[in-house]
Structure formats: structure tokens, C-alpha cells
Write a protein that binds this ligand. Sequence first.
Ligand code: FES
Length: 318
Amino acid sequence: MSNHLIPAVITKKWAEAEGVFCFTLELPGNEILPPVEAGAHIDVEIREGVVRQYSLCQPPGSQHYQIGVLNDPTSRGGSRDLTQSIEVGSVLRISRPRNHFGLVPSARHSILIAGGIGITPILAMAEQLQARGQSFELHYGARSQNSAAFIKRLAQSVIASHIRLAFDDLGQRLDLKEILSDPHPDEHVYVCGPSGLIEAVLATAKAQGWPERSVHREFFGGAVQPTSEGQEIEVTAARSGLTVIVSPDMSVAQALVQAGVDVTTFCEQGVCGSCMTRVIEGVPDHRDQYLSDAEKSAGDQLLLCCSRARTSALILDI
Ligand code: FES
């Protein structure tokens, strides 16, 4: 699961906003980090067996990586450990960047929408669009000004004129109907933040006539559907011919690993896509936040870490 990880040193850590810490990561010995496009994320191994995904938010052309981490009291411990125990000089293992939230280069205009810590990839996207001279607008909602990360960086940048802010404690709200009121085939919408915001953006965009392919979302930090509820399923790993019984209290991935099948998982929350597997037979019960509605309807792929089955058995291409 983690042999793809490389060591990186924390060279800076600072409190960016209420409950939010930023970290700068560099490779030891001044080695060059792989270049990234805006929207990319890395896996960070916080401790043995605990890997979390964080969007990269360093300015374009940086020689280092930067992540922003919310110390979420409801988190399963990863972000809390990172914000409280990891200091400058600590060495963490990280993955190469991956990007399933990249900008569409041909977009005539991009509408960026962020809620809370969801600003991290959106900030990188805004700075990349600005650097390339492409048209965009940024809408950023947060509980309060104190809890909103990167406010200074945004305000001091030339992109300040593209930004509209909304703070809950001032009674302000992102007006999604207005923001998405004018669908255009050459424009794209990107949203990152809590699952409630993402769902509201997806629903509003659909109601306003935006095509599904023009609306892109990043679910990190969002609510994850329970992975453990469901009926017992019989799962066959077609490549080895092994059949396992997945009990209601375990995921398909766990059952396969227990039987000795090689399964790749990183987030274990249905957001990163690393455990996606082709379905040969059976009907998936999708519980992930990675596949689009169209991909879910097609029913030919399954996220092993969280999804289950509507049929009593599945045959998977693994
Ligand atoms: S491990 Fe990330 S989606 Fe399954």
C-alpha cells in the first residue's frame, strides 16, 4: 500500500487560520519535487498505517509543496496528529502528486467555489488561471473571517478583484443560484468543501442546466457514507478465482486483503479512486464520492473501500 511513498521534510509550519495549519514540504538534499498542476493532491503518511490526502496549494512554479490542514475535531485522528504533533524538521512520507480535479485548459471561463478548508485546491487553481491569463471568478464561503484560510494571500494578490467572500457569522451566504445562473458550454465549475456545499452546487448546477461534464468537485474532508452497513456479499476475485464472503461489518477491500488478494487503498473513504476495480458481474451499491453519477449508473466500476452490492454476489476484475 505505501511503497510508492517518498520521504519529505517539513520545512515550515504556521497557523494559517483558526484550526488550520499550513506545512511546507521539501525533499531531503534539495532534490527536485515532481511538478504539479493546480488541483493535484498528495497522500501523506502521518504515521504507520495512517495515510490522508491533502490538496497542494503552493503558488505556481514553487520548488516546494504546501498543504493546508484543518484540525477537524470530528476527524479520525490523522489531521489532528498532523496539526498537533508534526513540527518543522519532521520527516513524513508522501506520494507523487495525483490530479483528478484538474482545470480544463480550453475553458473560456472558470467558476471556482470553495467552502472552508476546500479553498486549498481552489486557491492553487485561481493562481494558475491568473498566471496563464485565463478568465475566472472565485467564490469563497467560511464560518468567519478568522476561520478562513489564505485570506491575506488572496487579498494581497492580483486575483483579489476576482474574489467574492461570504462569512456565516456576518449572515452572508454564497448565492449559488446567482453564481450558476448562466450556464455556458465553454465554461467550467469547480467546487471543493464540505459535502453539503458540494451537493448544493451539484444540485443547483443541474437545475440551472449545466452539463454534468462541466461541473467538477473535490470531496476531501466531506462526509463519508458508512462503509460497514449492508448485507453479506459473496465476492469473487476473477484473476485468482478466489471467492470471499464480505460480512456486513467489513469492506470488500478488507475481505479481499484478508484472503491474500493484492488491493491498493489510500484514503479508505471513497474519495481518492485508488481502489477502483472493474465489475464483471453483479450490481454495485455505490457509496463513494469519487465516481460521477454517470459512472455510477454505468455500474461497471466499484470502489472496494466503501461500496457494496445490490446483488448477493459480485465478480470483480482483480
Ligand atoms: S481507497 Fe480511496 S477511494 Fe477507495
